[in-house]
Design a protein around this ligand. Sequence first.
Ligand code: NDP
Length: 326
Amino acid sequence: MYFDKDASPDDIEGETVAVVGYGIQGKAFAANLRDSGVRVVVGNRDDAYRDAAVADGFDTRPIADAVAEASIVLLLIPDEAHQEVYTAHIAPHLADGDLFVLAHGFSVRYGRIDLPPGADVALLAPKMFGKPIRQRYLDGSGVLAFVDVVQDATGRTLRRILAVARAVGFTRYGVLPVPHATETELDLFQEQFLTPLLLDAFRTAFEVLVEGGYDPVPALLDMHASGEMAEMLVEAADTGLYEVVEQQGSPTCRFGVQRYLGKLLGDEVRDKGRAILDDIRNGGFVEALSKEAEADYPSLADYTAAYRAGALTRAHDRYRAVLEGR
Ligand code: NDP
C-alpha cells in the first residue's frame, strides 16, 4: 500500500491537470487538486455542470481544449459515455508522454477505448463517492483508492499517478495496487450481488413485519431508516464485521445474532453469486448493458416504478413527512 511518504508532489511539478467532467467525482478531484497547488483545467460540455465549475472559479473549457492544454488528463464522466467522448474529444489531443487516468477500470477491461500508444495510462479508483473525498481532504484525512499502471510509456507512470493520488488526498488513507481488471470485476460484483442482496434483506425484513401486523413506519425505522445499521457498517469497516457485534451488542443481541448467523442464506444464494461473477468475467453483463443502453435503459424505468409503488417507499415518504415537523 502507498502512503504520503511514498508520493512526491515533485513528480507532477509544473504539470497541468485536465479534469474531464464536473460531476460526483470531478468536482471533488478538481477542488482537492487545486487546494494542493496543482494547476487544474476543467473540461465539460456547455451544460449545467459547466456552469457549476465556472461558479467554483475553475478555468473551464470544451473537453478537447482542456485536454490539449494539459499533460495529465482525468476522465471523470460516466463509464457509458467514455467511448464516444474519448474517441471524439480526448484521443486526438493526447500527446506522447501525457498521463491519461481513469477512475474505474471498466472501459479498459472491456476494450471500449483504444489506449494511446505513446501515453502513460493509469487507474486511480476511489473506493468512495465524491462528497467524502472532498470533506475528508478538508478535515485532514482521506479515503481509500486502488491504483494500477495500465501502460507505462515514460517509465514514470507510477510516480506520477501517486503524486496525483497524494494531491487528491488518497495517500493520506492509503492507495492499494490492484489490477484494473480486478478493480472492475470487484466493483461490478458489489453492485450486482451485494447491493441487491442488502436491499432485498431490508425489504424482506420490512415485509415480514408488516405482514405480521406491525405499523410500517416503526418497522422501517427499526430495520434501517434510523441509521443504526448504517452506523454499524461504518464501525465494522474499521473494527471488522463480527467484531462490531461483539463490541457493541448486548448479550441478548449477540445471542440472537449467533442463533441465526450462517443459517439464512443457503447454497442457492451462493450459487447465484457465482453465476453473477461468471457473467461479469465472460462479458455477458457488458453485452446486456450495451443492449439496454441502445434501447435507452427501459429496465431502469421499470425498476423505479416498481420501487416507488412499493410499501417500503410509501412508509419512507410517511416518515419523511413526520420529520418535516422538526
Ligand atoms: P457523474 O455522473 O457524476 O458525471 C457527471 C459529469 O459527466 C458531468 O460533468 C457531465 O457533464 C459529464 N457527462 C455526462 N455524460 C456526458 C457525455 N455523454 N459527454 C460528456 N460529458 C458527459 O459521474 P461520476 O463522477 O459518478 O463517475 C465518473 C467516473 O468515476 C466513472 O468512471 C465512475 O465509474 C468513477 N467512479 C465513480 C464513483 C462514484 O462514487 N460516483 C466511485 C468511484 C469511481 P454534462 O452532462 O454537463 O455534459
